[in-house]
Design a protein around this ligand. Structure first.
Ligand code: ARG
Length: 573
């Protein structure tokens, strides 16, 4: 059995009454009646207010009609009409008790799998070969990974692909540098930034090297074996560096998920042909371009998506056109997600427009640019090292573990490192995921590692508390009956029941912060319950058993919720 959302269930019943009892024909927009959780009451609906004008009736009157005629007896007390025409719902105690008990026995905690699963290709992380990953890639990796987990849990098929920057003119210089370095090559690559800088410096200083580098690009593109072998080495070395970061970050990308820019190289000629055949291209300044309608710069000039450059080469845009064509036509995906920083919003808007005109995206497809803001330092500017360089992700993550370890007040158990890793990495990920992704956020060790407030540590502590209570109960939970005897219990139950709503909201808007907010509210409700309601020392055996069920359900909810964000919950802190 599946439970779905309480809000949705209430909304469905209200819509039913509108149609059957009040004879209201709803437009598709109006049919999306929303019933949302509200403080003070349990749920609230404002549909009467939005219908008042059209029906020529007072909203309060419509609301009263809905209250009287909606079949809710099993679910709520009689709804109340409030204010200008709100409909307030208070859930029945016996219903809450039964639902909580049912959830406690459901491994999915009430989340129904999608009725129409979609096949989703998601582009995330996507760092550049022979360069260190930086904080921009942190955001893409962490957000993309959480969205992947959420979509999978919701029953969709998800194909992650890592759009590595592994192609293009810089590779001529990088390959020459490897050859120059001779035997020391691989060692230099282990510091990718150093390696890139060295290649760039030689390129600028040594004319002969620069010429060889340019020739190297041609050799690479024509598939020259020796050149391709060195290129492979560069890609593999970089990938093993990325893999270490993914492992530390607990991000589920593997080398098999790599679909770098080079992968699309054989598809580029067909991209141009298709666009030309569709009559979409224009030659501008010698380059093959498409001008999607409506995209102009500040001066009012039309903006091109450059398909083939004047010199015959292909760039970033051409490769992205190929991604859409490949994933829809050859892999049959319905949804294309790109988790890439917001500065690229225009690129993706133009890309999707062109792909719609080309027929690669149809009404059945959804293409979404999942943008995100920057990580800011304490000075309010994009975070950098003291010497003004971009911060290496690997360094940032080791510091996270150290910072967490330093705060584990002198504990010296052998699992200290594991705990510090769970806390430190969790804190970095959660700080990123818990703020609205479109906004910038300020990076602060003190804030993200605080035991108070909306942090992963706070949630991890709640889990530890719940689990240790359960361990102390030292026998199987006897029975699954839930009895609500205190307002703190009721509030906790009401919050726990919203898990399916939170998962749905976070998944459909690609907004992990909505799940974070829910988890935080759950932990707060749990800690109030914990203060007010004795569990192990409860006098009444039934109350004790019921409270243990609630503790168990809380622990499962927080643990599952954190795992959907890619954050682990250790047994001890
Ligand atoms: N490699 C790019 C960067 O580091 C991001 C690529 C994003 N994906 C894409 N299909 N354009 O900025």
């Amino acid at each position: 059995m599946r439970y779905g959302d309480v809000g949705e269930e209430l909304a469905r019943r209200v819509v039913d009454t509108l149609r059957r009892e009040l004879d209201v024909e709803l437009t598709p927009g109006e049919a999306l009646v929303r019933v949302s959780p509200r403080d003070g009451v349990d749920y609230q609906c404002d549909v009467a207010m939005s219908l008042g004008k059209r029906l020529g009736r007072a909203p309060r009157e419509i609301a009263a009609d809905l209250a009287a005629k909606t079949d809710l007896a099993d679910l709520t007390e009689t709804p109340e009409v409030a204010g200008p025409g709100f409909l307030n719902f208070v859930l029945r105690r016996d219903w809450l008790e039964a639902r909580a008990a049912a959830l406690a026995g459901d491994p999915r905690l009430g989340v129904a799998p999608a009725e129409q699963p979609r096949r989703v290709a998601i582009d995330y992380s996507s760092p550049n070969v022979a360069k260190e990953m930086h904080v921009g890639h942190l955001r893409s990796s962490v957000i993309g990974d959480a969205i992947t987990r959420l979509l999978r849990f919701s029953g969709h098929e998800v194909i992650p692909h890592n759009h590595l920057g592994d192609w293009g003119t810089p590779f001529g210089m990088l390959i020459e540098q490897v050859l120059n370095d001779g035997a020391s090559g691989p060692r230099t690559i282990s510091d990718l930034n150093e390696f890139y800088r060295a290649a760039r410096a030689t390129f600028d200083a040594d004319e002969a090297f620069a010429t060889r580098a340019r020739d190297r690009v041609v050799l690479l593109q024509s598939g020259d074996e020796a050149t391709v072998a060195v290129w492979r080495q560069l890609v593999d070395e970089s990938m093993s560096h990325f893999s270490r970061v993914y492992e530390l970050l607990d991000v589920e990308l593997t080398p098999e998920d790599s679909y770098g820019e080079s992968f699309y190289n054989p598809h580029l000629a067909a991209v141009v042909e298709d666009l030309e055949a569709a009559g979409l291209t224009e030659i501008s300044d010698g380059a093959v371009c498409v001008f999607p309608p409506g995209h102009r710069n500040r001066e009012g000039d039309r903006l091109p998506l450059i398909v083939r450059k004047r010199d015959g080469g292909f760039g970033y845009a051409a490769t992205d056109l190929a991604t859409v064509r490949y994933w829809t036509a050859e892999r049959g995906v319905t949804d294309l997600l790109y988790v890439v920083g917001s500065p690229q919003a225009q690129h993706f808007a133009m890309l999707f427009a062109v792909c719609r005109s080309a027929g690669w995206l149809t009404g059945e497809h959804q293409a979404v640019h999942i943008g995100f803001g920057s990580v800011l330092g304490q000075d309010g500017k994009t975070m950098r090292t003291r010497s003004g360089e971009s911060i290496k992700l690997a360094d940032l993550l080791s510091e996270a573990v150290e910072q967490a370890s330093a705060r584990l007040d002198g504990r010296s158990t052998e699992d200290r490192h594991d705990v510090a890793t769970a806390v430190g990495i969790g804190a970095v990920k959660y700080a990123d995921l818990s703020s609205d992704r479109e906004r910038d956020y300020t990076f602060s060790w003190d804030r993200m590692l605080s035991h108070e407030g909306n942090t992963s540590v706070y949630l991890q502590y709640a889990v530890v508390r719940a689990r240790s209570l359960l361990a102390k109960a030292d026998r199987e939970l006897d029975g699954t009956r839930v009895r609500i005897t205190d307002p703190a219990e009721r509030a906790l139950v009401l919050t726990l029941l919203r898990f399916p709503e939170a998962v749905r909201a976070a998944t459909s808007a690609y907004a992990p912060h909505k799940l974070c907010t829910f988890l935080y509210e759950t932990a707060v409700a749990f800690s109030r319950f914990f203060e007010r309601c004795p569990v192990l020392s409860a006098e009444d055996a039934e109350v004790r058993a019921s409270r243990l069920v609630l503790v168990d359900l809380t622990s499962k909810t927080l643990t599952l919720g954190l795992s959907l964000l890619g954050i682990s919950a250790p047994d001890r802190l």
